[in-house]
Ligand binder design. Sequence first.
Ligand code: TXA
Ligand code: MG
Length: 460
Amino acid sequence: MSEPAQIKTIIRPVDARKIGRLQAVPNPGDLLDELEIELDEHSEDGQSLRRAAEQLRSSNIPVSFPTETVYGLGADATRSAAVKGIYKAKQRPSDNPLIVHFASLNQLRAVLRSRKHANGHTNGCNGDNSTSDPIPDIYKPLIKKFWPGPLTIILPNPPNSPLAPEVTAGLSTFGARIPRHVLALALIKLADVPVAAPSANASTKPSPTAAEHVAYDLDGRIETIIDGGPCDVGVESTVVDGLSQPPLVLRPGGISVEQLQSCPGWENTQIGYKNATEADSQPRAPGMKYRHYSPKAPVVLFEAGKEPPSVTGLQQFTGPNAKLGLVRTKSWRFNPKDDDNPISSSVPADVTAAVDVAKQASHFATGFAGLLDTVDSAREPKKALQTHVMQKGGLPVTLLDISLGPDTAGIARGVFAALRELDSENVDAILVEGIDDAEGETAAAIMNRLRKAAELNIAK
Ligand code: TXA
Ligand code: MG
């Protein structure tokens, strides 16, 4: 079958405050409220969301939408042709399973009970008379504490599952999460189908944290990008497996092992992922075995505590463009007056304790209520790119420098965008100042992604 040579990609800005009325309706006795939406059909924002929801339901071309972690590339998880559209647009190997996104627990339960129409309606007249909750008890404390939010749980995929087999890539389990983003929730709610969505980057590229990143990677491959501004968290969700004994963290994200361990049944949670620098055994989360998050230019990662390169060190990384990208984080300073060592390492006096994403109240206010209040929360300004030309010894080298600052949550929000921005400047290499992954789970998540992106790792 031939396909249209080129699809027209449109970025549709949608302001979460203008889509209509969202309300958290208490669900007595359940772990989470029910989210209700009264879409404003007259606002352009409401109409854009409605159209995107219709595409999700009927088209085989995926739709990109924002979540609190990164932009997702969504498709109706119950239709094989639609799910295949994701793999095609991303050019992603199809043995890598996808996370399924839900807007309510009842929508998730409908899949676990393997009803044909997994739309979450439980009005009792559809032949479903099971009274026991199909959500495994082990996950309930986590759901109560972290959903909606950046946590993905691994669940058994029931016999006769309504999920397309392409979602699970042949596994007997599937990953599920309820995202903490008004537009994501509203879209899933309107589409009324479970939405399979990996990050909306081309396979191996850095995860997109803004609509322009998605457009850069997938222009001509998808029709619609819902633009809800930059993502709050910046790294993908924590993936946990509570079906194994002991429970495992399969992918690090914003929720720490300590936070998981504070939940009943999760006291012995172990780390089940490996970093790229460790010897590779059979990966448990299939997605963790591929090279990931890489821009075109090679990334040179300096582990935390490693001295920054001198000017001659910098020159060694340059190529035909005599141009280098630099991403500074906690302690590297740039001093244009020092010809030999323009980058120094010092911890300034004013660095207070780093703010871990996981400790930011806004991400973990329980349930939907806090989420609806934070719709218009302040956005991070884009980090400025500075250009320095270093003249020392022979050829001048241009250094394009982005400082993400010392705050860990800010680094998480900005790191993928920084890699993309420097890549678009055609630098020969991108040097990155790493951070200490022992600081917390957000730091571990950032370093996990950077080690995967790095061509060269300058170890301590
Ligand atoms: O934050 C996120 O989770 C983003 C946004 C869009 O929600 N989504 C995302 O999806 O990162 P994806 O498909 O790029 O990542 C899926 C991860 C992979 O590491 C995959 O191996 C793992 O979850 N995974 C999915 N299903 C699994 C399963 N049944 N067993 C083990 N790991 C699974
Ligand atoms: Mg991804």
